[in-house]
Design a binder for this molecule. Structure first.
Ligand SMILES: *Cc1c(COP(=O)(O)O)cnc(C)c1O
Length: 436
């Protein structure tokens, strides 16, 4: 499969080149350039198929000529020592738990895959530097995924504020391959520095620089696999329509779901579950997209005013606007309804969910009880975060103590960056050069 920019139909590049370049020169984003039919690979797949096996079967089918089945199997087994888990709540609702990775959020899946696939694609003949803007626990996810990967180092740009969860023994000065740098500025400034560095092609090519941020197609693609995984687990028990409810901030998961559909997954629609930041609500109903200033809510990962995947989403709508209006249903859930959903899920099913998952759950219930989803319809709710990461809120809503697993408790430990610099590209470039 080739990749192209959202802004043109050619030139097309290989998966390897798309992953290593990250951004096309024309300012767009890379997307798959064709529709593939994967049905022969997953429709008859055994319900017991483990996640690494499913990935190892689907990745070479998508990336023919670039990743053979043996390499794919090596990549999948080395990426995933954690798996998604599908929990069927009742006839109408399931949870697809994606919080089993090292940092307890679904982002662990894409990051683990891109690290393993890069090591495989580079094998023995070149070096790469992964430059990423990080906040929250993404840096920890990256350092887990890239640590000890041959020929690759991971440079992470942090905004001002404490840095947590990193193990200094993995840093470059200690013989590791992780380089945390603090930028005196905001996350958006870190992101801008990443994009500028990647688009400075001569510099980026000299050091083999790419980014593992969500704009890299190497992170998007593996997210397609867990939608298909949910389908494989459920296919025998489905009696009616199938929907997915996706808590949406930058819309990476929703885009991945839409690709799963394009690649042949039988699905009736996706609920784009937003909190009070619902800048995309109007767009989904056919109006112009206008970015909003984000407001703070109790599901902070969804507080996004200007989603970075906008161009990918717009590309779907440009192709077939009427089809898309029957495929994606926006819902907006406020803080009170989010809390009520955490309480209800605990009372009804004895399961603790985090507020992001609760937004998607409340959105799914809303559509079901309004009759937009039939009596036999089934909705899979993406559980994108671990409840222990929002322990206070979850505890308040359920009256239950929330146990914090050991690996998540470690995320609280403070660490020092190996450099602190101003938000300027030359400062960053000299910091990078001094690492060699
Ligand atoms: C990042 C994140 C989201 C939003 O996902 P997008 O793909 O950006 O829409 C949802 N939930 C949690 C817990 C997250 O960390």
């Amino acid at each position: 499969m080739q990749f192209r920019s959202t802004r043109s139909n050619d030139p097309q590049v290989s998966f390897k080149d798309a992953v290593l370049r990250c951004l096309p020169d024309d300012g767009g984003l890379y997307v798959p350039s064709m529709v593939m039919d994967l049905r022969q690979f997953f429709l008859y797949m055994d319900t017991d198929t483990r996640y690494p096996e499913l990935t190892a079967a689907l990745a070479p089918a998508l990336l023919q000529g670039e990743l053979n089945p043996f390499s794919a199997s090596r990549v999948a087994e080395s990426a995933f020592n954690f798996e998604p888990e599908l929990i069927q709540l009742d006839e109408n609702f399931s949870l697809l738990k994606l919080d089993n990775g090292p940092t307890g959020v679904f982002k662990d899946f894409g990051i683990a895959f891109i690290a393993a696939v890069l090591e495989e694609l580079l094998k023995n003949n070149s070096q790469a530097m992964i430059l990423s803007a990080v906040r929250g626990d993404t840096g920890v996810s990256l350092s887990h995924a890239f640590h000890k990967r041959k020929g690759i180092c991971s440079v992470m740009l942090y905004p001002s504020g404490p840095i947590r969860g990193l193990d200094p023994r993995t840093f470059v000065p200690a013989g590791g391959n992780v380089i945390p740098i603090q930028i005196r500025g905001t996350f958006d400034e870190c992101q801008r520095l990443v994009n500028e560095t990647i688009l400075d092609r001569p510099f980026a090519e000299r050091y083999g620089i790419t980014s593992a941020s969500t704009i890299n197609p190497g992170r998007l693609l593996p997210q397609v696999f867990y939608f298909l995984y949910a389908f494989v687990k459920l296919k025998k028990s489905l009696r009616g329509e199938l929907f997915f409810s996706v808590p949406s901030g930058n819309f990476g998961n929703l885009i991945a779901g839409l690709y799963a559909w394009k690649f042949g997954m039988p699905v009736n629609g996706f609920i784009a579950a937003m909190n009070s930041n619902n800048a995309f609500g109007d767009f989904f109903h056919g109006k112009e997209f206008v970015s909003h200033r984000p407001v703070s809510t109790n599901s902070p990962a969804l507080d996004v005013g200007s989603p970075s995947n906008y161009e990918r989403l717009a590309a779907f709508y440009d192709e077939a606007p009427a089809v898309m209006r029957n495929m994606v249903y926006p819902e907006s859930i406020d803080d009170a309804a989010t809390e009520a959903a955490i309480t209800r899920v605990w009372k009804q099913y004895n399961i603790l969910i985090d507020p992001h998952t609760a937004v998607a759950f409340a959105a799914a219930e809303k559509r079901f009880s309004s009759g937009s989803i039939g009596e036999n319809g089934h909705t899979v709710i993406l559980a994108t975060g671990h409840p222990a990461k929002e322990a206070n809120l979850v505890s308040k809503c359920t009256g239950q103590p929330v146990k914090i697993p050991g690996k998540l408790a470690m995320l609280q430990k403070k660490a020092d960056p190996i450099a602190v610099i101003d938000p300027q590209i030359d400062a960053l470039q000299s910091a990078i050069v001094s690492c060699f």
